[in-house]
Design a protein around this ligand. Sequence first.
Ligand code: DC
Length: 206
Amino acid sequence: MRFTVAIDGPAAAGKGTISRAVAAHFRFAHLDTGLLYRAVGAKVAEGADPVAAAEGLDLSDLARGDLRSAEAGQAASRVAALPEVRAALVAFQRSFARREGGAVLDGRDIGTVICPEAEVKLFVTASDAERARRRWLELAARGGAQSEAEILADLRERDRRDREREAAPLRPAPDALLLDTTELTIDAAVNKAIEAIELRQAQGRE
Ligand code: DC
């Protein structure tokens, strides 16, 4: 059985949480594609050439402990604007998407570029203030010292770069279901995603 769930949206809107929960619920494999760009960005920060870093990316690179910081997010967003970097990462993401047993991928261009044929596409958003509040809670729990205002500015800068770039800009696929999580609990947001997938699975059986 091949079944792809594409989950896109701006930073800290809830994509990761929803993706992990949905993957666990349906026993699908999950790929956080932001980690690919974060790992390339981290190598570039250490002096590597961006395209060589993307072409030589190894799964072990995704396990580095320093990929979740705001700096790693900015470095990722910068290398993600380079078409050659994106091109080097396409084949891995596409084969992951069509693997046997079902797959959930979250990122910025999964429903538009990586997997336009995905069975379910979600575009997850939340207000800027709510996204900053959530990211602040997450980073503070890990000892981060950034203020909510700094985090908000960081998210906005990254989103603007991700939206305005020429190569695979952040935008919803025309047939994506929009999911605004600003007023939703995690459970409510996950349930909406599960319902959309069950509906599509039922259509597939008709
Ligand atoms: O999802 P994230 O915040 O970990 O992503 C980090 C950066 O990587 C994001 O600002 C833009 C880039 N990215 C991308 O361009 N395409 C993807 N599919 C995933 C992430």
